[in-house]
Ligand binder design. Sequence first.
Ligand SMILES: [Fe+2]
Length: 384
Amino acid sequence: MRFKIDSARYILFVIGVIVSFTFFLSLNMSRRQEMETLGQIAYRNYLESNLYSMSAGYFQWDEFKSSVENEDEVFINNSFSDILDEFPFITSIQLSEGYVEGFFEVSKIQNIIYSRFSIYDSDAVDKLEKIVVVEVDPEVILTTLYDNDTFYEIGQSDGEHQVNLIINEPLLNWGHFISIFMIGILFRVSGAFIYKQTIRNHYQLDGLKSILNLLSKKDFYTADHSEEVAELAISIARRLEFPRNYVAKLYAAGILHDIGKVGINDAILNKKGKLTQEEFAMIKEHPQLGYEIVSGFTGLEEVAIIVRQHHEKLDGTGYPNGLMKGEISSLAQILTVADIYSAVRSDRPYRAAFSEKEAFVLLREMPINQEVVDALENIVLEDD
Ligand SMILES: [Fe+2]
């Protein structure tokens, strides 16, 4: 068993690590892809809006057009140095022969990005035969938009250039690795806890069932009756919409409710005739004895209380403590109804079994929770 728990812990740790590693990796990969796409869009917008304002500011301008026509080198060079100052991503600028469709176009020639501009008058109507060619440095744009960890490569798409961003930092950093390790530990610890808890509950209830088995050897009625009471009690609890963990406690209490009878003399337990007052007083000790047995098991403290209260009545006439309605746990109140119903519906050495109708007449007269009796009656009627 020791080996099994240890290897289960190890496996749980590995599972925790794999799950969190995959989670962080896929999360960061999709985030990175998104950043790269957004980066491409941002780059393109930045480049195009700047080229557009360069075209509108300098190359759709009567003065510049006439300086080109008149070969006014001074004016042209002054304009070019203004442009180089204003747009740092332009690395060279010159006049050239050629024709450009529209205001400007961008192209890639041997890994260098060029933009070529038409030269217009101020109304953007008359176009010169000459053009302006500038060389673009994408790295300057990218360092304006991003930090140094971003790399790029220039690709071609539909005849136009595009920049593919490569974000140059590891997908997982130290923080992620520490989180992954911690999640592994968390899986290991919580898994081992749940595993132990399950094992413990399993063996504890099994242990108690074997004590119950012992009881069935001395009290023939109890073993079958316990199972039946437990089943009946949980159907009532489910109908009254009790939460699942309450139902589980009630089931254990149902199985164990008469376990205290192991401490009662066999002769009294199996006596066929009427019990004397003294003998009945001894029988009445079984809820408290049961409580003492069950409460010794860790995790069954609440079950033990239900066991102790299963013969209490709402008006204080029950035993062992003569509790009143508000003092009796609602699960014990259910168990009481199930216990009485199961008892009167079975044959006993000193009387025959009650009919359904007779049983409910009796339950209706007793100081027990009548809402629970209603629920039981509905269940019984549905079963018919
Ligand atoms: Fe009992």
